[in-house]
Design a protein around this ligand. Structure first.
Ligand SMILES: [Zn+2]
Length: 119
């Protein structure tokens, strides 16, 4: 309960939904995700098998996105040590990764938007 209050103070909103695992009231984070403060997990409401599958895919994509983000940071840190000619390859990789990262972010935003309007 204390954690919920903290989240609400930080800008999260209370919802009429409860966690399917522990029954705690879920809050909607500023990112649009539903969150259980007790399980410390994001909860996804689904109405059909298809939606469940889609939600799972989004979660998996989010993991990929995180890996890509870490790689971008890693490449960014390495830039400092490189000569100008070595940098070209590096920057090309970074640009590619940023492209994928952006696309993954777009999928994520679209799905959260759909969730918050349909529920
Ligand atoms: Zn819970």
């Amino acid at each position: 309960m204390k954690k919920i209050a903290q989240l609400v103070r930080a800008g999260a909103a209370l919802t009429p939904y409860t966690c399917p695992v522990c029954g705690t009231v879920l809050v909607r984070l500023k990112t649009g995700e539903l969150y259980c403060a007790n399980c410390e997990k994001t909860v996804v409401l689904v109405k059909s098998e298809e939606e469940a599958q889609q939600a799972l895919e989004v979660i998996q994509l989010r993991e990929v996105r995180k890996i890509i983000f870490d790689k971008i940071l890693q490449l960014g840190r390495e830039l400092e040590k490189l000569t100008a000619s070595e940098m070209v390859d590096h920057l090309r990789s970074m640009s590619l990764l940023l492209d994928i990262y952006e696309r993954l972010s777009r999928i994520h935003t679209e799905v959260s938007k759909r969730q918050s309007t349909s529920s």
